[in-house]
Write a protein that binds this ligand. Structure first.
Ligand SMILES: [Zn+2]
Length: 419
């Protein structure tokens, strides 16, 4: 299927228009909040999208009390039996950087030089910050004014999915099977699937939450949380010889036995690590919080065995000391599930190529909602949304990426009808 100039122009203009509107709506999530969603402001965007989906002929539109938006696009006539696919993006933006009063700016015809920000004269966006900028010379680039993040993560994904819906409505010659749209709150704080209604999702989904143009993510970390408790014994330090078991001091010795070469700051690409994120306590009791990450479960299992061996070593060194280890599996490498579902990944690759973009397979050094859904039985690779430098005031997106990601969705839906 080839996409006419007219449709391409519609994809570009519609996705830019939507993106510029959506980023202005404040949807920062809050990791400290105990409520679902974590912040009420996310409802505003959810409500707007539910209304817009209605005007795009979608059915069974639900905006539930947890702020999930679900909608159903019936198949083109004659394609009702085609496998349904789900398209997912998240409403919230990262609490790491201010996301209120975002004022997007379009820098026309980027010339390869430094990009300056109207509200922050100290800030510049350069090809050192983001080498991909060199590939975008001649394109229009959208940034914030430098006082907030942009929110391309993930409002680009939302704009692209909405644009695809608008395109299917306006150009009925573009065929598709049944499509389920799902917009989720609180992805940035790791709760994007906590309250998801799995029954509303089809057997196959795609998140539109990847970064640069062409990226397709089918692999993420296998992730574990570790809490280590050290139980010692306090005695007056003047009379402590042979008696005191200083829990926090022993904890620091124990932790210095972790290999420095396996820390986040010393690893990249497919290398795994131990990461100490908290250590607190006193002579009586200390506790350390770590995460363990690797693409291979076996490697993480070896790390856990090593921690167990350290426990034995330190308990033997300090009679009376008690060490407790608690491991929690946080999420799995989604490749475990996706490798059995080649077709789902292959069609995404084909769709990206058909949009005229080079496919860049990427392993996520983190997790996604798609990883959680994949382990819950809904294989969900992650397609690019097109933004770069997420969670930063330098975050940006070329307008072409909005168009191309929308185009990928049109091709993807078409490819599913041809199986
Ligand atoms: Zn995201």
């Amino acid at each position: 299927m080839s996409i006419s100039k007219e449709i391409q122009a519609f994809l570009l203009n519609n996705s830019i228009d939507r993106f510029l509107r959506y980023v202005k709506i404040w949807t920062t999530s809050d990791e400290i909040s105990k409520t679902f969603p974590s912040t009420n402001n996310q409802f505003e965007l959810g409500k707007l999208l539910a209304e817009e989906l209605k005007s795009l002929n979608l059915e069974d539109i639900v905006h539930d009390k947890f702020c999930f938006v679900y909608a159903f696009l019936p198949a083109s006539k004659g394609f009702e039996k085609v496998q349904a696919i789900g398209l997912i993006a998240h409403l919230d933006t990262s609490p790491a950087v201010n996301g209120k009063d975002v004022k997007p700016v379009i820098h026309k015809n980027y010339d390869g030089g430094d990009i300056k920000f109207a509200q922050n004269s100290d800030l510049t966006l350069t090809t050192v910050d983001s080498p991909q900028l060199k590939e975008y010379i001649g394109l229009d680039i959208i940034t914030s004014q430098g006082d907030t993040l942009l929110g391309a993560d993930n409002k680009a994904g939302i704009a692209e999915i909405m644009t695809a819906c608008g395109t299917w409505q306006k150009f009925p010659e573009l065929k598709h099977g049944p499509i389920v749209i799902c917009f989720t709150p609180d992805e940035e704080i790791g709760r994007g699937t906590t309250k998801i209604n799995k029954k509303k999702l089809p057997e196959v989904c795609y998140t539109m939450d990847g970064s640069e143009m062409g990226q397709l993510e089918i692999e993420c970390f296998d992730a574990w949380g570790v809490v280590i408790k050290f139980k010692g014994l306090n005695v007056h330090p003047g009379y402590a010889k042979g008696l005191m078991i200083n829990a926090i001091h022993i904890a620091s010795r124990f932790l210095s036995d972790l290999p420095e070469a396996e820390s986040p700051e010393k690893t990249e690409e497919r290398e795994g690590f131990y990461h100490l994120s908290n250590l607190k306590g006193n002579e009586e009791e200390a506790s350390a919080t770590l995460i363990i990450r690797d693409f291979e479960l076996e490697n993480n299992e070896k790390r856990m065995e090593y921690l167990k061996s350290l426990k034995s070593k330190y308990e033997a060194l300090y009679p009376g000391l008690k060490i407790e280890l608690a491991f929690k599996h946080q999420y799995e490498n989604m490749f475990t599930y996706l490798k059995k579902k080649e077709k789902i990944v292959d069609l995404a690759k084909k769709a990206i190529k058909l949009a005229g973009i080079e496919v860049k397979i990427h392993s996520i050094r983190g997790g996604t909602d798609g990883a959680k859904l994949s382990s819950k039985g809904i294989p969900t690779p992650n397609i690019f949304a097109g933004g770069l430098l997420f969670h930063s005031r330098k975050e940006y997106i070329p307008t072409l990426a909005l168009q191309k990601a929308s185009e990928v969705l049109i091709h993807l839906a078409d490819l599913w009808t041809k199986l």
